[in-house]
Write a protein that binds this ligand. Structure first.
Ligand code: CA
Ligand code: CA
Length: 670
């Protein structure tokens, strides 16, 4: 059923009044949902894909769009960077918890790669910035609880445990609560299990503590459990809340008008794990899931009148003029000061002694020259002719009553590329701001670029009056990014991207991917760009230009999982061919090869998930109109090494030498 929304244009817009589960017909597992006012926000697990932990937004619980991510990268080790044969497939970030408390949004997640738990927080969930804290241990499927000024993580498998955090949610609280609160939580659902009770979501509702869990009894399906207690530490009593088709795992949320829903998900074959919205009613303060013990497939939309939204999108790769932040860790709130370094001879270190915002700033000491201070490289992020806004908070506490500080930039390796962008005369002991705008000259040497903070030049600097220690915080440099800002939010890179080897501006209108390492296969290639496949059938079409490819390069369009398949261009010597590769056996097998002599090619991938048939079909075209099937059918299978639904993947990797490139014109999703 549809209801007319408006007659503002010639095309009437109709909003559905009913919907069908799964409400997102694509991979979106481990959802955690909150409501703030009339807006719902939801996180999900995307494992080894970055940026990671998508923030999805909805007004009706059915139509969701990706508005942000919690991090660009959460760690930078070999596993995250696909270096030295390492990877973090199926690991990365797991089962996040999303909470809103006193104006701050909090997201926690654990990583099986690093064995740590991460807590991010922000006052603006849609734009950030996020600050991160790292707990030294991995807390499995942890759920955040804010309760009367205290903060807890509830986590674990079968024996569900609680551990207390500091009030700012940044660390484990010494001497805080730390105990098992539900022992053998699985036992209310059976006696032997494929998966014991886990996936905790704790919520306090009308003074009662509810802990939602999932378990998977042997011979049965994934099952939703609810425990409750009037005291945080128990005793908890539990019951089976839903045992229907494996739809389970998640918490509950209410609409502004007071209707309750559970946000659960179901394993669904090669497409991944898809989310299900289940109505919840209350009986004797127990939530009752579903209707007569079943999760309805078709339901009324919880909040009517909002337009359709998707978590995937076609992209023309057109350059936008969006302004983006080019400085990383500008508030010095991260675990390390990276990517900040020292300029000339200075000691630069994060400090909690003084700060302008957050809980840390950068302390600069040991200065030997007036230019000595903090430095951040922004090579590749700026373009000649671009206009940039810069700002930094600076403070010093010893020496003259007032002192001038400069915000500078150096374009190119020579000091002749230095420009002072702005200056402010500070008063001792007070934070001040250096800010302004800067247009990068047309002829600037962009082979290397960095920004820095300094005191004015003197060839014979005085230790007291020129080389004083100082603090820096909230450094910002925004403008038209040469790369990062313009990718649509629906894209995620496989593992950490190498941002120096892709560009949306080197050739406007195209995504240029340049190889930066020699790879064995697509599985250890960097800068593979992905989006979710979707059901019941989805088609991805790309146009790609290949004149920059080098001997040994592969590029094209993949159905990406451990058992991947692709159609693409292979360069062998000076000859190109269109190849179809099928890796369903676990080994990369070239099934078909057709000679190819032109620059531009069109590639198509059709995924059929109808009734979990899970088949992928591959095609190519020389003109974008006439299509030819190539190779064989890929039998897609959801495998645990990747632990993720199949993705459409645009790739370009080298097997012999680096430096080749391809230009992707568009991805068209149907
Ligand atoms: Ca700060
Ligand atoms: Ca284009």
């Amino acid at each position: 059923m549809y209801r007319r929304m408006s007659m503002m244009s010639n095309t009437s817009v109709f909003a559905a009044t009913t919907f069908t589960n799964p409400f997102i017909n694509a991979d979106s597992p481990d959802n955690d949902v909150i409501r703030v006012g009339n807006t719902f926000y939801m996180t999900s697990t995307t494992m080894h894909m970055n940026p990671g932990v998508p923030i999805m937004k909805s007004y009706d619980l059915v139509n969701w769009e990706i508005v942000n991510y919690v991090y660009d990268t959460y760690a930078n080790n070999d596993a995250q960077n696909l270096n030295n044969g390492q990877n973090e497939y199926g690991k990365g970030s797991w089962a996040s918890s999303l909470r809103y408390y006193n104006g701050i949004y909090y997201v926690s997640f654990g990583s099986n790669s690093t064995g740590k738990t991460y807590i991010y927080q922000t006052s603006n969930i849609e734009t950030g910035p996020w600050t991160s804290s790292v707990l030294g241990n991995y807390y499995h499927d942890a759920s955040l609880l804010f309760d009367n000024g205290r903060v807890f993580l509830v986590y674990g498998s079968d024996n569900i445990s609680i551990i207390e955090l500091t009030a700012d949610a940044k660390a484990i609280k010494p001497g805080g609560l730390n105990q098992v609160i539900i022992s053998a939580a699985s036992n209310i659902a059976g006696s032997s299990f494929i998966v014991k009770a886990e996936g905790a979501h704790i919520q306090k509702i009308k003074g009662m503590y509810y802990i939602f869990l999932i378990c998977w009894p042997s011979g049965g399906k994934r099952t939703q459990l609810t425990y409750r207690a009037s005291s945080l530490t128990g005793p908890y009593t539990g019951q089976v809340s839903l045992n229907d088709s494996g739809i389970a795992q998640g918490g509950i949320v209410d609409t502004p008008s007071g209707s309750w829903y559970a946000m659960l998900f179901k394993d669904s074959g090669a497409i991944g794990r898809m989310p299900y919205l289940v109505p919840v009613t209350w009986s004797n303060n127990w939530p009752v899931f579903g209707v007569n013990g079943k999760a309805p497939l078709t339901m009324d939309v919880p909040v009517e009148g909002y337009p359709e939204k998707k978590v995937y999108a076609s992209d023309e790769f057109s350059s936008s003029q969006a302004s983006s932040q080019l400085i990383a860790n500008g508030g010095f709130e991260n675990a390390t000061i990276s990517p900040w370094t020292n300029n000339n001879t200075a000691i630069v270190a994060a400090t909690t002694t003084d700060y302008y915002s957050g809980s840390k700033s950068l302390f600069v000491s040991g200065r030997q020259q007036t230019a000595a201070g903090p430095k951040q490289v922004i090579t590749g992020k700026v373009t000649a002719g671009g206009m940039y806004h810069f700002s930094a908070k600076v403070k010093y506490t010893e020496g003259p009553a007032t002192k001038q500080f400069n915000f500078g930039i150096q374009n190119g390796p020579s000091y002749t590329g230095i420009s002072i962008l702005g200056s402010t005369t500070l008063t001792k002991g007070q934070w001040g701001t250096i800010q302004g705008t800067y247009t990068l000259p047309a002829g600037a040497d962009l082979s290397q670029t960095f920004i820095f903070i300094e005191t004015p030049y003197s060839s014979t600097p005085d230790p007291t009056n020129d080389l004083m220690n100082f603090y820096v915080d909230d450094v910002s440099f925004t403008g038209t990014s040469s790369s990062e800002a313009t990718l649509k939010k629906e894209w995620q890179w496989n593992h950490n991207p190498d941002n120096t080897h892709w560009s949306l501006t080197q050739r406007p209108g195209f995504m240029r991917m340049t190889t930066g390492k020699v790879s064995k296969s697509i599985l250890d290639a960097r800068n593979t760009l992905t989006q979710r496949t979707f059901g019941p059938k989805s088609t991805g079409i790309i146009a790609m230009e290949t004149s920059g490819m080098k001997d040994g390069d592969y590029s094209g369009l993949a159905a990406f999982q451990a058992k991947y398949g692709f159609v693409g261009i292979k360069m062998n010597g000076t000859s190109k061919s269109i190849v179809m590769v099928n890796a369903s056996s676990g080994a990369m097998t070239e099934v078909a090869s057709v000679p190819f002599t032109q620059n531009r090619v069109y590639l198509k991938l059709i995924c059929d998930f109808t009734n979990q048939t899970d088949k992928a079909y591959f095609y190519y075209s020389l003109d974008g109109t006439n299509w030819t099937a190539i190779g064989n059918t890929l039998q897609m299978s959801y495998t645990i090494p990747h632990f993720m639904g199949y993705r459409f993947a645009l790739f370009n990797y080298a097997t012999k030498s680096t430096g080749g490139f391809v230009d992707f014109d568009y991805l068209n999703l149907q």
